[in-house]
Design a protein around this ligand. Structure first.
Ligand SMILES: NC(=O)C1=CN([C@@H]2O[C@H](COP(=O)(O)OP(=O)(O)OC[C@H]3O[C@@H](n4cnc5c(N)ncnc54)[C@H](O)[C@@H]3O)[C@@H](O)[C@H]2O)[C@@H](O)CC1
Ligand SMILES: [K+]
Length: 490
């Protein structure tokens, strides 16, 4: 598992390591060396400019400068503030630097082939302005390759937000573990290629820190992915019910149903309003079809306890239709994936949803995009950072909250969260979200725990996008799953 440590957790990792006997300057030496190694992928003769800030990020810059100079690179180093004002490890690192230290404003970024951005890292705590902002503008205007130390300066390590202005790096070199800000947008786009260097912090410090955020990678959920038994039966793999909208909007529900079946549900049944039965009958093959007369009809269907998951929301229709249906689903014992119109149904009264959620024992996964999120959690929508938004929404609602985007974040009420970075831009296409809802539904049907099911579906959906690449449409995503699984289980 790849844990993501926010700046406070990372500072704690440093502190514990130093307390256990490794001096901070030893960590800084290792950090500076890792930066120098990435910079040194550019050949000798490269003209390097190093921009150092007033804290330990700048200290890393001094170390990298010393090492690169010893390797024969031509370089200039500029400092924001004075050497005399440096403290602690940064002061020690600067004392070992034998070259000239220019005022930051005197650095010739335009004449550099490579810029090392060591202005601010984990300690950035306010918007950047003044001379540092001018330096960042000059770095971004230059044609040089940019290597950021820890984080691109201006990106907040916890949220990925830009504070004022931010460096656009080609490479970022971080230490021990990545931060949420390396994965959350726009931080990920600013960071470029990420190198995570070992600087001698022992993974045992994580036992004390207990990080709650991880990168969404298979290690996180693979141990929970159900494997069908050799002597098993389709009834062992769950039975999902997908609730369809009316005659003119049935496609979304079929995307959900197909994805649920493809990913592994034993059986999938489409619950269809009477007017849409003929349309579905013309399209469905391996998915079963049942007639559903309004909310009462849905309740009747859900009296069959073998239906262990309900997917409801995609193409469901306006609030007068959708609200009673969702309330009928919420009153059942089944797990629920609530998406799209099913979420918007509560825009006038989100507390009504939260109250219903508190009464349930089976899990609910909410899968809003930003607009739907703002309908349920208007006060949280403006929080900086998707991670906090998802986490606070999960805590408030008691549901697993999956907040979509290039950095889809899944959070559970107890605080665990996973951030994905594998979705290609082609995934942002009509019906893609319906397929994702279906993938979660299928994994829940098979009995996968809800947080892991949501995280797994996000990753598998992203990988289906990678497998298909340019030209994909949502209809293809479910059908790409066999190839995705083949890659996963090589
Ligand atoms: N022993 C350690 O703690 C280690 C730290 N490391 C480096 O240390 C960095 C963190 O060091 P620090 O905590 O000193 O923090 P930073 O060096 O990131 O920045 C803190 C300094 O910048 C100032 N500052 C913050 N925001 C500003 C703004 N918007 N405008 C102007 N000034 C601003 C602060 O007042 C403080 O002086 C990491 O990112 C990493 O590069 C590495 O050397 C590994 C070891
Ligand atoms: K930096």
């Amino acid at each position: 598992m790849i844990e993501l440590l926010d700046p406070a957790e990372m500072a704690e990792a440093d502190r514990l390591t130093i307390a256990a006997g490794t001096p901070g300057i030893v960590l800084m030496e290792a950090a500076g060396r890792a930066v120098a190694d990435v910079a040194a992928r550019s050949p000798l003769g490269t003209r390097i400019a190093i921009a150092c800030g007033p804290g330990n990020n700048g200290g890393d810059g001094f170390v990298a400068g010393r090492i690169l100079m010893a390797r024969g690179y031509r370089l200039q180093l500029g400092l924001l503030g004075s050497i005399a004002a440096l403290k602690g490890d940064a002061a020690l690192a600067a004392a070992e630097w034998r070259g000239e230290t220019l005022p930051l404003a005197d650095l010739d970024f335009g004449g550099a082939d490579l810029i090392i951005d060591a202005l601010f890292g984990a300690g950035l705590d306010r918007p950047i302005e003044g001379p540092a902002a001018a330096a960042i503008a000059a770095i971004n205007a230059s044609k040089a390759r940019v290597v950021a130390v820890d984080l691109p300066s201006g990106i907040h390590g916890g949220t990925g937000q830009v504070l004022g202005v931010a460096v656009r790096a080609d490479d970022s070199v971080t230490f021990f573990r990545p931060k949420p800000g390396h994965v959350l947008m726009p931080g990920r786009a600013h960071a470029g290629r990420l190198t995570v260097a070992d600087i001698g912090i022992r993974p045992q410090v994580l036992d004390a820190i207990q990080p709650r955020t991880a990168l969404n990678r298979p290690e996180l959920w693979l141990p929970h992915l159900p494997t069908p038994k050799v002597d098993g039966h389709k009834y062992d793999r769950g039975h999902a019910l997908v609730v369809s909208g009316g005659m003119t909007q049935t496609g979304a529900a079929r995307l959900v149903a197909r994805a649920a079946l493809r990913i592994g549900a034993g059986l999938v049944t489409m619950a269809s309003p009477p007017d849409a039965l003929a349309v579905h009958a013309a399209h469905l093959t391996s998915i079963m079809l049942k007639r559903m007369e309004g909310a009462a009809g849905l309740s009747e269907l859900l009296a069959d306890k073998r239906l262990n998951v309900v997917a409801i929301g995609p193409g469901l229709g306006p609030v007068d239709v959708s609200l009673p249906l969702v309330e009928a689903a919420l009153a059942s014992d089944a797990s629920i994936v609530l998406d799209a119109d099913g979420i918007s149904a509560f825009r006038e009264d989100p507390d009504r949803l939260f109250a219903a959620l508190r009464k349930r024992s089976a899990p609910v996964v909410l899968t809003p995009h930003d607009g739907e999120f703002a309908r349920l959690f208007p006060d949280l929508a403006s929080l900086p950072g998707k991670l906090d938004r998802a986490r606070q929404a999960a805590a408030r609602s008691g549901a697993i909250v999956l907040l979509k985007g290039a950095d889809t974040t899944v959070a559970e009420p107890a605080g665990r969260a996973a951030i994905a970075d594998n979705a290609p831009p082609f995934l942002a296409t009509a019906g893609s979200g319906d397929t994702l809802a279906g993938m979660i539904t299928g994994l829940l049907a098979e009995g996968m725990p809800a947080f892991e099911a949501a995280a797994a579906a996000v990753w598998l959906h992203g990988d289906a996008g990678v497998v298909l690449g340019r030209g994909l449409i949502a209809d293809d995503l479910a059908d790409a799953l066999p190839r995705v699984f083949a890659r996963l289980f090589v």
